[in-house]
Design a protein around this ligand. Structure first.
Ligand SMILES: Cc1cc2nc3c(=O)[nH]c(=O)nc-3n(C[C@H](O)[C@H](O)[C@H](O)COP(=O)(O)OP(=O)(O)OC[C@H]3O[C@@H](n4cnc5c(N)ncnc54)[C@H](O)[C@@H]3O)c2cc1C
Length: 207
């Protein structure tokens, strides 16, 4: 990143945070000392790195945090009962948790395939990316739905006008809504779900 010609400009995403950059390479010369692997085998190195990226974007720690937030939400009062007492809530939470457990086992299987360049290893990384990112979106949306009418209202906007009375637990709600918006990107970045399905089809079935 210290090489002359590289410029990094921040991009602020929909959640108001800076986790993204625009990176420019103007006449950048890469010294031979920076060669990774053998000359001419860049695509092989890239595929290995991309497969690792696919597997890590399933983001098990985030899924576990969303699970903790949902469980905390289950204990919060909803009229005369807690949310967890509602059948629909419990059923949906149980489905998310079963899916999370399956992803956790898949992560272990992919980790066991480390250094493996086989088609199965490529397909597993992509499958993990699809299922992990879809679950992040499902759990994020579930959290916002639990907030009822307060979910979308609490999302910060530059058009908010004069400061109004804070809503109950507004700080927590704002984070949840903003995160749900950001998680829309997960099935796009690192290669879209359609591209991942293409990789699975090509790796496993030769299509
Ligand atoms: C928040 C965020 C962070 C990102 N970070 C990075 C980063 O750090 N580094 C980086 O290099 N890129 C990054 N990206 C870019 C990201 O990887 C691309 O946006 C993504 O791969 C989609 O490519 P595209 O936008 O060119 O869409 P396109 O390729 O134009 O695709 C448009 C639509 O067509 C579909 N499609 C395209 N090709 C096919 C096909 N062959 N079969 C079926 N459907 C297809 C796609 O799934 C998509 O729905 C980031 C994107 C986002 C949103």
């Amino acid at each position: 990143m210290q090489t002359p010609g590289i410029t990094v400009r921040p991009i602020i995403s929909i959640d108001g945070c800076h986790h993204l950059n625009e990176t420019f390479f103007d006449n950048v010369r890469v010294p031979v000392a920076n060669l990774i692997g053998e000359e001419g085998s860049g695509w092989k190195v890239t595929k290995f790195l991309l497969n690792n990226e696919h597997a890590t974007t399933a983001d098990l720690p985030t899924l576990r945090r969303l699970q903790r937030q949902l469980r905390a939400m289950a204990a919060s009062p909803a009229r005369t009962r807690t949310l967890g007492d509602h059948h629909q809530f419990s059923l949906r939470l149980a489905r998310c948790e079963a899916e999370l457990q399956a992803i956790s086992i898949m992560v272990q299987r992919v980790a066991a395939l480390e250094e493996d360049h086989s088609p199965v290893a490529h397909a597993m990384g992509s499958m993990l990316k699809i299922r992990g990112t879809e679950l992040q979106q499902e759990m994020g949306q579930f959290l916002v739905e639990c907030l009822g009418d307060y979910g979308p209202v609490a999302y910060p906007s530059s058009h908010d006008g004069p400061r109004r009375e804070p809503l109950p637990q507004e700080a927590v709600m704002r984070d949840i809504a903003a995160e749900m918006f950001f998680r829309r990107a997960t099935t796009i970045y690192g290669g879209t779900s359609e591209i991942q399905r293409g990789i699975v089809a090509k790796s496993l079935f030769g299509f």
